[in-house]
Design a binder for this molecule. Structure first.
Ligand code: PLP
Length: 401
């Protein structure tokens, strides 16, 4: 018996397993639609020109590398607030906002979860059905009971709003409700402005705690419209938790750049909340890394670089949109009679394609196309070089059913 001999293998991460199978496949036409990142037309993770410019300036500066404060780089935290709430928002000068730089969006969720664990007696969080896989694991690991509220309607390929409202209504009063601000992962189905108003109304009435995850700001319509849910929540006067991430919007996945932002009710609350949040940070990793935050801050705080970034973000968003409509067209041309136009209506990097587990398995076996068993496909992994093969192969498995 050794110390480690009782340790059992953890369950395999399904996405990692998929990547392994993809890498081991030697068919030249293979396509990986299981990924969670944006690929450009050449099938590569892009390095944005605005990021490059900010990095070059940072290297040229040859500055020292001291620790950051626990809550991160001040110019970065302020820029995050402006991006979330808009430059005109009265919240920016209200003294009620707490923002702490975090280790990506995941780190922000974990900071928020750890903080809420200390704050609440009833540790219950409701996530959408389905949601990003890590939401459940992360909150469970932080000591929460995790339940779901209805979200996706497979009939319409959109949101089951009535089910969602009813599900949130039925939760015990004071539950934490986790919501996706835009570009819902994994379904691509988003709420409309009118839908958000109704969701806010139930949350307010039931004294729930809203926690909004915004990991794809700029991938839906544009930076402002994609943040509309946050702004409506803020206007409602509810306390608010927001986890945000620049992994996708700056294509800075490995630099781990995110933030946790809280809307409190007064300046005093902000001060005490920030002091407690710093304790959570201090006892986890002490203070965040510098590079990603310096780069993002340099871009967001410089008029020319900001404009360049916004342009590049629009290029990514538009390319995904073109791939969506092209896929719908090509599926129809390949003889799929079922209405697939929902792919065009879904937003962000993903689409719940409606493919069954068996169809996904056939795509891998017969056509070297890899997707998640749930039928989630990453539209951002399509390009003009692989879309015909994907459309024809999807058509083949769809038509046989
Ligand atoms: N939230 C959602 C909905 C996501 O899809 C992701 C990443 O895929 C994250 C959070 C985590 O982002 P990050 O990579 O910045 O930790």
């Amino acid at each position: 018996m050794t110390l480690f001999s009782p340790v059992e293998m953890a369950p395999r991460d399904p996405i990692l397993g998929l990547n392994e199978a993809f890498n081991a496949d030697n068919r030249s036409e293979k396509v990986n639609l299981g990924v969670g990142v944006y690929y450009d037309e050449n099938g590569k993770v892009p390095l944005l020109r605005a990021v490059c410019a900010a990095e070059e300036a940072r290297v040229a500066e040859q500055g020292p590398r001291p620790y950051l404060p626990m809550e991160g780089l001040a110019s970065y935290d302020a820029a995050v607030q402006t991006l979330l709430f808009g430059a005109e928002s009265s919240l920016l000068e209200s003294g009620r906002l707490v923002t702490a730089q975090s280790i990506g969006g995941t780190g922000a969720l974990k900071l928020g979860a750890d903080f809420l664990y200390r704050l609440l007696n009833k540790r219950l969080v409701a996530i959408s059905d389905p949601s990003w896989e890590n939401h459940r694991s992360l909150f469970e690991a932080a000591g929460f009971e995790v339940v779901t509220y209805p979200y996706y309607d497979p009939q319409t390929h959109g949101v089951n709003l009535e089910g969602m409202l009813e599900g949130i209504e039925k939760l015990p009063e004071g539950s934490v409700v986790l919501l996706h601000a835009c570009c819902h992962n994994p379904t691509g189905a988003d709420l409309s402005l009118a839908d958000w108003t109704r969701v806010i109304d139930v949350i307010q009435r039931r004294n729930h705690v809203p926690f909004i995850d915004i990991a794809y700001q700029g991938f839906g319509d544009n930076l402002q419209d994609d943040a509309v849910a946050l702004r409506l929540f803020a206007e409602s006067g509810l306390p608010l938790f927001i986890s945000s991430s620049f992994s996708k919007s700056f294509s800075l996945y490995g630099e781990r750049v995110g933030a946790l932002t809280l809307v409190t009710e007064s300046h005093d609350e902000m001060l005490s909340t920030m002091s407690q949040l710093k304790r959570v940070i201090r006892t986890n990793y002490s203070n965040p890394p510098t590079h990603g935050a310096k780069v993002v801050s340099a871009v967001l705080n410089n008029v020319e670089l900001y404009a360049k970034w916004e342009e590049e973000l629009a290029e990514m968003r538009d390319r995904i949109r073109i791939m969506r409509s092209s896929l719908v067209e090509k599926l129809a041309a390949a003889g799929v009679t079922k209405d697939m136009s929902f792919i065009e209506r879904q937003r962000g990097m993903f689409s719940y394609s409606g493919l069954t587990k068996a169809q996904v398995a056939r795509l891998a076996d017969e056509f070297a196309i890899y997707a998640v068993g749930s039928g989630r496909i990453c539209v951002a992994a399509l390009n003009t070089g692989n879309i015909d093969h994907v459309a024809n192969s999807m058509a083949a498995v769809l038509k046989d059913d």
